[in-house]
Design a protein around this ligand. Sequence first.
Ligand code: C2E
Ligand code: MG
Ligand code: MG
Ligand code: MG
Length: 275
Amino acid sequence: QAKADGRNTMSFFDPEMQAALNARAALEADLRRGLKQGQFELHYQPQVDYTGALIGAEALLRWNHPTRGLVQPDAFIPVAEDTGLIVPLGAWVLDTACAQLRAWSDTLDTAALTLSVNVSARQFRQADFVDLVLSALDRSGANPRCLKLELTESLLLVDAEETIARMAALKAHGVGFSLDDFGTGYSSLSYLKRLPLDQLKIDRSFVRDLLADPNDAAIARAIITLAESLGLSVIAEGVETVEQRDALARQGCLSYQGYYFGRPGPVEALFKHRA
Ligand code: C2E
Ligand code: MG
Ligand code: MG
Ligand code: MG
């Protein structure tokens, strides 16, 4: 049929390319079905302070696939983004996260916990994104101050004014913002200053070699100093050892997330994290 529509679609006859296209189409159909059949779940990874006390969690999406088992986000988020399925999927994530926050608000022990939720650029740019978040909060009865949206630098490069306006609208209701994977993108410092952020999240690539690579240590230190000067909090992701935690603490970073404290898992496991 490539010939029939008269375009140069030579690549359609490349068997490898064709196989990739087929796999992608199958994945898309599978995703659509999974969403309809409730195959997605949120896992929670602890965030702790220097004393090891639980301060919050990050919600991480998992696909409980009937034949493939638990599928990690890197295997399906990119396709969900390309196909637009990230929009309904992201709405489900927000609803589920807000319901969890609402449940935590019932006990003194858990009422102050914050929940960080990842937001894709494509999702954030939907015209009704602000309403979507506010109505998820409303429906659940969750405290907006306990919800933290994680954005990435890439999102901030497109249409700065609109981005700032949306963030400000949500912030007016108490919603917080964290800049995820910080240091891996290209945001300019003058732009960063204008964003209504609450937190910078040091990318785990800098944490990994913190003790061995002086450049990574310098970058981590610079991010911590930057957060301080901008009046933002800072958290490190990917903390796998106590030595990494201590090195971060010496530089002034006092909030952590990583395998050392706990892997992402069902919500009950959050409360069994390592201090
Ligand atoms: P992210 O937001 O940077 O999440 C942190 C990732 O690092 C998670 O991978 C987490 O499991 C992993 N991680 C945490 N601690 C450690 C550690 O100590 N060592 C190592 N090696 N890894 C650690 P995960 O769950 O596979 O998620 C990957 C990415 O998928 C996330 O990166 C985020 O960008 C995206 N994602 C996850 N859930 C959602 C979601 O609900 N919506 C959207 N739009 N994206 C999501
Ligand atoms: Mg994140
Ligand atoms: Mg991250
Ligand atoms: Mg990261």
